[in-house]
Design a protein around this ligand. Sequence first.
Ligand SMILES: Cc1cc2nc3c(=O)[nH]c(=O)nc-3n(C[C@H](O)[C@H](O)[C@H](O)COP(=O)(O)OP(=O)(O)OC[C@H]3O[C@@H](n4cnc5c(N)ncnc54)[C@H](O)[C@@H]3O)c2cc1C
Length: 366
Amino acid sequence: MDKRVFIIGAGTAGLILARELSKKGIKTKVFDQKKKPGTPVTASGIISINGLKSIKTNYEETITNTLYGARLHAGKSVMEIKAKKPIAYVVDREKFNEVLLKEAQDSGAEISLGKRITEEDIQELSKQGIVVGADGAVSTVAKHFEMGNVESYVLTYKAEYETNLEDIQSVDLFFDKDISAGLFGWLCPNSKTILEAGIGINPGRYNSKAAFEKFISYKSTESKLKNATLLNEHASIIPMKLRKKIVDEKNNVILVGDSAGQVKPSTGGGIVFGGNAAIIASEIIQKYFNGDVSLKEYEKLYKKKFVFDTRVHKLLNNFYSNASEKSLSLTMRVLNNIGMSSFLSEYGDMDSPKTIIKNAILRKRL
Ligand SMILES: Cc1cc2nc3c(=O)[nH]c(=O)nc-3n(C[C@H](O)[C@H](O)[C@H](O)COP(=O)(O)OP(=O)(O)OC[C@H]3O[C@@H](n4cnc5c(N)ncnc54)[C@H](O)[C@@H]3O)c2cc1C
């Protein structure tokens, strides 16, 4: 086999992998069915600052807002978590993808846009080098190599509105059952003039558009959208669980990003997990070409890095998805009373519960 890598998908994960492999001098080609990958933008762009740093991308020019915290709503209860320092940025996802594409190109990756890669193409490419499925939740690569189904996912619906916003430092998250079984509803100030509203729900029980309509008719949402103008709206999907198989050693195939289900189950955020997986994959592919390790090492290392945090995020997701509205509301009141909001304001890390625990222990020792 040639020491070549073919990446299907020029989204976040595919482009980070292409950049990292090319930097290591590995011949890499990325394919995307879209002429302008990353458009239309169907996802949001909230990324923790630590997480953004970890994926080694020049994101500064893509920032549209800085977030300090969140207000969590369940029924009439609200819990506010607000840090003294910024905890996350909102990035313009279209610009973000443009930056990643340029970084991959500048590092030497070949990019081929505007043609959908078929299963026949994939079969052919796999004879010439490593094939990477970075082709999103509905992955043709995973299907072709029978790497299992996406076992859990939520359907999303989100819209952007033009309006004038006063408080743009916090995102509002809503856990009411009729709009958010499986994830939550959100109102995010993308900038001083753009407000994004969205919901994520389990498939089957509700229609995502209907749940979204319900969400924007909530009193609190309606009042924020009163004089707003709708700019765009999109439905999409978020995989919520790691695919059973993310490496096929026999055929030299791996999956990264949404195709692998590398997503934080408490929020559906996939940029940090998918981006880090791509960095790990680039290191393992280099070692594999040198004959030092097997491709399976990629799966092992990914799990080692993220399995604890993923489990805690999953527990959180299970809790808010399955608890009744009454118990969620009660839990928030109790957490407020025992000072949990100030604890999280001080120690919170959006991506890593491990870091919260570590920081809290370290702080106690000092
Ligand atoms: C509503 C919503 C909100 C979100 N909010 C956030 C957030 O705030 N923060 C966060 O971190 N994450 C968020 N996410 C998740 C995040 O957007 C994804 O995890 C991330 O985009 C996944 O990147 P990816 O590169 O794996 O896949 P994708 O971005 O899906 O890219 C896959 C690419 O593959 C291409 N492709 C697919 N099949 C083929 C084929 N056969 N041939 C050629 N090309 C193909 C597609 O055109 C696409 O460009 C959100 C997702 C949604 C839906």
